[in-house]
Design a protein around this ligand. Structure first.
Ligand code: PMP
Length: 406
């Protein structure tokens, strides 16, 4: 006999560490943009696991690649090469235009890789004394949960009790290029920035911000590193969100969607002038670039082009923003809607409503979303979503705001 959702949740609550507060649903299967819970109820996925499921659930080509590769060869460690890695690296560097890629697994690992690359570049190339290289990041950032990374978070919840933290990071306001110019010192090796802050609440900086930062970095010989873990691979209607500002960062961090929604796959991308700082034995990971991940990620990169998902994201993104603006115009509960491509946030008026309660109301209507900090409801569906599916979800969102406003 199969336990029901409440039974399974209770089991999770009593046996799991209490480090998450999931919405009250237990999911059991998925196909495309739709998920089913353990009771068979259907939900439209407007979250796509924080952009990790850009290709939809159980995408047939990715599942076929995964299972064929799993039966053939999965993990060898990087003590040896495998025959799937070259194609993955070729596609990843071809599509992004960077000379080299260093594959790891989760987003935070790729961020750590970028930090190490920047520090070593600062020392070896820029001549900063070893151990003195400094990295500038932004208030409201989210780059992962390692102790080094939470050490420069501005969110008390991510930091409290987890210190001591690594030195060498400084925070400046997001969206303010003059603040970057003022903060750079001779010890600055890199500026680490999200082209749009995702976890921060879908915060879009002013047009031209990233371009101005790129100029400042160039002038001071500081690396511009774009964390595109959430915004990359078509999410914002561009292959990389940095392209919106015409910027080619010195280093790019990708993750989430890179694994096709099936595996954790991430990478740090840069040209030779940065990547040459790594020498054999410096840095690595048992699973980084494993044959299974490489096969799936290579297929995912091909699928991105075959399905024209970047273009689709830009096109449907316009529809999404227009409809969200219309919903916002009809209710005092919404303070602002922000978005680019299929990456949007609805900021609610915290005095009038609560985004978590709205996410729960949407769940009851068969739509999965997620709140950020209780004030922003995020909308980031699989990039494969159709206009009809998106409209269906937006109709439910309109209903929930109409109900909440009563
Ligand atoms: N960078 C950004 C911009 C992210 O949004 C995230 C995850 N939300 C990460 C890094 C960390 O990725 P992971 O959870 O895979 O470590």
């Amino acid at each position: 006999c199969r336990p029901d959702a409440a039974g399974l949740r209770q089991w999770e609550e009593t046996r799991g560490a209490a480090n998450y507060a999931p919405l009250p649903v237990v999911l059991a299967s998925g196909e495309g943009c739709w998920l089913r819970d353990v009771n068979g109820a259907r939900y439209l996925d407007l979250m796509s696991a924080y952009s990790a499921v850009s290709f939809g659930h159980a995408q047939p080509r990715l599942v076929a690649t995964l299972s064929a590769q799993a039966a053939r060869l999965a993990v060898t460690s990087r003590a040896y090469s495998n025959d799937r890695l070259p194609l993955f690296l070729k596609r990843l560097t071809d599509i992004t235009g960077y000379a080299r890629a260093l594959p790891v697994n989760t987003g935070l690992e790729a961020v750590e890789t970028a930090i190490k690359a920047a520090r070593k570049w600062g020392h070896k190339v820029k001549g900063i004394a070893d151990g003195r290289a400094e990295i500038i990041a932004c208030h409201g950032n989210f780059h992962g949960r390692s102790t080094t990374i939470v050490g420069f978070s501005s969110e008390a919840q991510y930091r409290d009790g987890f210190g001591p933290f690594a030195p060498g990071f400084r925070l400046i306001p997001y969206g303010d290029a003059a603040a970057l110019d003022a903060a750079i010192t001779p010890h600055t090796a890199a500026f680490l920035v999200e082209p749009i802050q995702g976890e921060g609440g879908i915060i879009i900086p002013p047009d031209g911000y990233l371009a101005a930062c790129a100029d400042i970095c160039r002038r001071h010989d500081v690396l511009l590193i774009a964390d595109e873990v959430q915004t990359g691979l078509g999410r914002t209607g561009y292959l990389l969100a940095s392209e919106h500002d015409g910027v080619r960062a010195d280093g790019v961090i990708l993750g989430k969607a890179l694994g096709g929604g099936l595996l954790p796959v991430s990478a740090f991308l840069a040209d030779e002038r940065v990547m040459q700082v790594f020498t054999p034995g410096d840095h690595g990971s048992t699973f980084g670039g494993n044959a299974l991940s490489a096969a799936v990620a290579a297929e995912a990169l091909e699928l991105l082009g075959d399905l024209r998902l970047v273009e689709h994201s830009a096109e449907l993104g316009r529809r999404l923003l227009a409809r969200l603006a219309a919903i916002a115009a009809g209710t005092p509960l919404i303070r602002a809607v922000r978005g680019r491509g299929l990456f949007a946030g609805i900021e609610v008026d915290a005095a009038l409503t609560d985004a978590r309660a709205l996410a729960e109301a949407l769940l009851k209507r068969g739509v999965l979303t997620k709140d950020t900090h209780g004030t922003v409801l995020r909308i980031a569906p699989p990039l494969t979503i159709s206009a009809e599916e998106l409209d269906w979800g937006l109709d439910r969102i309109a209903e929930v705001f109409a109900d909440a406003g009563k």
